[in-house]
Write a protein that binds this ligand. Sequence first.
Ligand code: 5GP
Length: 195
Amino acid sequence: MNFLEERITRDGVVKEGGVLKVDSFLNHCMDIDLFEEMGREFKNRFADKEINKILTIEASGIGIACIAARYFGVPVVFAKKSQSINIDGDVYLAEVESFTHKRTNRVIVSKKFINEGDKVLIIDDFLANGCALKGLISIAEAAGASVEGIGIAVEKGFQPGGKIIRDMGYDLKSLAIVDGMNADTGEVIFREQGE
Ligand code: 5GP
């Protein structure tokens, strides 16, 4: 088991409906030493990639992306959730269906902050059905940027997002892939990744 799998085993809470709660160390209270380890590991796993920007989505991706950015020496841009219906033409926009909140969010990135020729690493905390990633990919590509890699902390391998994104040809790497969870026993089963 790697460091993140160990932490999930110790402190993650399995909820009904295929939800893994990690709010004591990842997305409410944030363990920055753990984030440092994740940042270092993302850098290792994408060592061969030339990256000039990290793209993530608010809110939970931001902390992880910021610490990872230290290791890559690049800025972080995050897609903002926007309520406004009067979006002007200065933004790239995507509709993202939220797995946890069961609603559709409109997310935007200003055209100032993502440009043609950018080499982007997308970072997020969770991958479930892949909606958040598809939104971020569409924004990057609308800007003429290339998605060099995608780094995820926790992929839920029993949901289709990982397969969809890999089948689209993206270099997706997840630090922990959860293949099964049991809400009664609290057991979490990880996929062997051989790293
Ligand atoms: P997707 O768009 O891939 O369906 O879901 C990704 C987003 O949903 C992530 O950004 C994350 O915030 C949230 N999410 C999905 N599944 C879980 C889960 O089991 N636990 C937590 N804490 N967040 C999740």
